[in-house]
Design a binder for this molecule. Structure first.
Ligand code: AMP
Length: 219
């Protein structure tokens, strides 16, 4: 069983790496951001409330996230492991998560922390475009992540657009939220001896970073 938690500020590349890990090890990629965006797409009352909070770059309340996650982790495709992208985001989520996996008799696995400079994260955030239909993410700043045809999704041919929360103002709030609420998870997991740090810099390709992650996972 391979359980992995990815922790990173916005636009550090955790979604991209999670997809690669998912393909290599054949385990599901569970992004709480994607679970929330799916809820928004359904245009339910809950979805509208979530959108308002996410568009400002604030965190959704712990109970709502835990509910979505519990449902997802109970699926049979999670029995051989999974990659958690975007969860936990604060210490109380980390504590709730431990209770949940203890109940499910699962191992916490490895935690990979992406360390990225704020200026680079901002540049990447405002250069990110996503497919509103299939959710594939592209980045005009990263060589390997540009779409083959300008503005069009390689996978489904839809027109690409920026996420509503990928602008400078919201980025600054999301980054601040990361520093004040999420970053304490670094010490939390370091103390448990399961934290691995990957440094992200502009000279590393997607593949370079992926190879570093494989080394961690297979060590
Ligand atoms: P992401 O796709 O990981 O960048 O997440 C996008 C947005 O979804 C975040 O800015 C939060 O508003 C919300 N979100 C995702 N995961 C969580 C979480 N674990 N706890 C609270 N809010 C979350």
């Amino acid at each position: 069983m391979m359980n992995i938690i990815l922790i990173a500020p916005p636009a550090a590349g955790k979604g991209t790496q999670a997809k690669l890990i998912s393909e290599k090890y054949n385990i599901p990629h569970i992004s709480t951001g994607d679970l929330l965006r799916d809820e928004i797409k359904k245009e339910t009352t809950l979805g509208l409330k979530l959108k308002e909070i996410m568009d400002k770059g604030d965190l959704i309340d712990d109970a709502t996230i835990l509910n979505l996650l519990k449902k997802r982790l109970s699926s049979s495709d999670c029995s051989n492991g999974y990659i958690l992208d975007g969860y936990p985001r604060n210490i109380s989520q980390a504590i709730e998560y431990e209770k949940l996996i203890n109940k499910l008799n699962r191992d916490i696995g490895k935690v990979i922390y992406f360390d990225i400079d704020k200026t680079l994260a901002l540049k990447r955030t405002i250069s990110r475009i996503v497919c509103p239909d299939c959710g594939t993410s592209y980045n005009l700043l990263v060589d390997d992540l540009r779409p083959k045809k300008d503005g069009v999704c390689d996978k489904c041919g839809c027109y690409l657009k920026a996420r509503d929360d990928d602008n400078e103002k919201v980025f600054l709030n999301r980054f601040e939220t990361f520093i004040t609420k999420t970053n304490s998870l670094k010490d939390f997991y370091q103390r448990k001896g399961i934290l691995y740090i990957i440094n992200i810099d502009k000279n590393k390709s997607v593949n370079d970073i992926f190879n570093e992650i494989i080394e961690v996972l297979e060590s």
